[in-house]
Design a protein around this ligand. Structure first.
Ligand SMILES: Nc1ncnc2c1ncn2[C@@H]1O[C@H](COP(=O)(O)OP(=O)(O)O)[C@@H](O)[C@H]1O
Ligand SMILES: [Mg+2]
Length: 202
């Protein structure tokens, strides 16, 4: 702990005078975090982009947070070791929760391979966190390989690559599972929209 930082006992939280119910009434949906987890090429970014567009068109407050995007800024100082991945996911979880508190539906697209990292967000923000598992066999993901990363990982030129040289721990009890290896993009987007209608619309 940096000695120039205030200790937590000296922090005084300020209360809002706009509450969650007012935001929900205006937006006609609750805020929440749709946390998409899955292997590289399982379809996180594709579905996040399409779902953001669809929900925006339906009048929702929605914002996508994507793994590759935050690594240029918020997490530019972090690498891919387990400790750095944990810190990346912790930061993103807290940012996503702030957006959700502001009333936004956040679509978070992060491999987030470690169960404990995801469970920590769920434990801190149980009302917001919706864990959505994009379940596609690694063979399918590797065949797709839209960024050529599996090829590099197999060749040994990319270290600590999830599914090849680093683990992926699937969720034990996700709120929703989407079989992106067996469905079209449109079918998967429809399942996500249905979920939002059921769980976040008021
Ligand atoms: N049902 C589906 N859902 C998502 N992507 C799919 C689906 N079916 C095929 N794809 C294809 O799989 C690839 C997924 O890549 P991407 O979205 O970049 O994955 P990730 O962000 O998880 O690494 C894209 O080329 C996409 O067109
Ligand atoms: Mg992606």
């Amino acid at each position: 702990m940096n000695e120039n930082q205030p200790t937590r006992e000296k922090l005084f939280s300020v209360s809002h005078r706009v509450d969650a119910a007012q935001r929900t009434r205006r937006n006609r949906h609750r805020g929440g975090i749709l946390w998409l987890t899955g292997l590289s090429a399982s379809g996180k970014s594709t579905l996040a982009v399409e779902l953001e567009l669809a929900l925006f068109g339906m009048g929702c407050q929605v914002f996508m947070l994507d793994g590759d995007n935050v690594r240029h800024g918020l997490s530019a100082d972090l690498g891919f070791s387990p400790a750095d991945r944990a810190e990346n996911i912790r930061r993103v979880g807290e940012v996503a929760a702030l957006f959700a508190e502001a009333g936004t539906i956040v679509i978070a697209a992060f491999i987030s391979p470690y169960r404990t990292d995801r469970d920590r967000i769920r434990a801190r923000h149980p009302d917001y966190f919706h864990e959505i598992y994009l379940d596609a066999p690694i063979e399918v993901c590797e065949r797709r390989d839209p960024k050529g990363l599996y090829r590099q990982a197999r060749a040994g030129s990319l270290k600590e690559f999830t599914g090849v040289s680093a683990p992926y721990e699937p969720p034990f009890s996700p709120h929703l599972t989407i079989h992106t290896g067996a469905q079209t993009v449109d079918q998967s987007v429809k399942s996500l929209i249905d979920y939002v209608e059921r769980r976040l619309r008021t």
